[in-house]
Design a protein around this ligand. Structure first.
Ligand code: AMP
Length: 215
């Protein structure tokens, strides 16, 4: 498979796996969360709009996200394949993706569902910290950042995402349950769904992905 989508709750490891796949198979990760965060950081007019949703843990309106993905899919690097990470997140978005791909005369080859229990997602997200310099992800309890070890051997500059706060995480988990989880049946019905237990060691998850991708 080279045209895939990663499905899973916030903190299930989609982003981490997508980055590994991007490196290994030389196909781009398309993360709507990353695109949205970049627009917020740049404070573009669209970014300011996104901010009102994302900071509260709510989903950005379907139309806007679909337009972002359509734009991204115009880049030349998607010719050999792509890894959709965090999109689609609603049935409406999934249908828009189907239409978009049909128009492009291509198809989604598979959906990998990373399944992780909610209480683990909560702990992973609230403890997650990202270095703003080298972009590595750490966890206050499970993977503390070493004192030195950033790109130049200096200290990591750790950031805590606003939407990873204990107040906002439950809103995101609920958005997943209510708006995104219906995609599981949607893709099951299309015969495209593959399941990976996300609550295993990184190596085990990686090995299952490798098998599914089929070299
Ligand atoms: P993520 O990094 O994937 O957890 O996304 C962070 C935030 O960006 C989400 O909580 C939403 O506010 C927004 N977002 C990302 N992808 C989507 C999407 N496909 N549909 C709607 N909102 C999204």
């Amino acid at each position: 498979m080279r045209k895939i989508m990663l499905l899973g709750g916030p903190g299930s490891g989609k982003g981490t796996q997508a980055q590994i796949l991007q490196e290994e198979y030389k196909i781009p990760q398309i993360s709507t969360g990353d695109i949205i965060r970049a627009a917020i950081k740049a404070q573009t007019p669209l970014g300011q709009k996104f901010q009102t949703y994302s900071n509260k843990g709510k989903l950005v309106p379907d139309k806007l996200v679909v337009a972002l993905v359509e734009e991204r899919m115009k880049e030349p690097d998607v010719a050999q394949g792509w890894i959709l990470d965090g999109f689609p997140r609603t049935i409406k978005q999934a249908k828009a993706l189907d239409t978009m791909l049909k128009r492009r005369k291509e198809a989604l080859e598979g959906v990998i569902l990373l399944q992780v229990p909610e209480e683990i997602l909560f702990e992973r997200l609230t403890g997650r910290r990202t270095c703003s310099v080298c972009k590595q992800t750490f966890h206050t309890k499970f993977k503390p950042a070493p004192e030195h070890g950033c790109t130049d051997g200096g200290p990591h500059i750790l950031e805590h995402r606003k939407d990873d706060s204990p107040e906002v995480v439950p809103v995101r988990l609920e958005a997943f349950q209510h708006e995104t989880a219906p995609l599981i049946d949607y893709y099951k019905a299309q015969g495209k769904l593959h399941l990976v237990e996300g609550d295993q060691s990184m190596e085990q998850v990686r090995a299952q992905f490798k098998q599914l991708m089929g070299d």
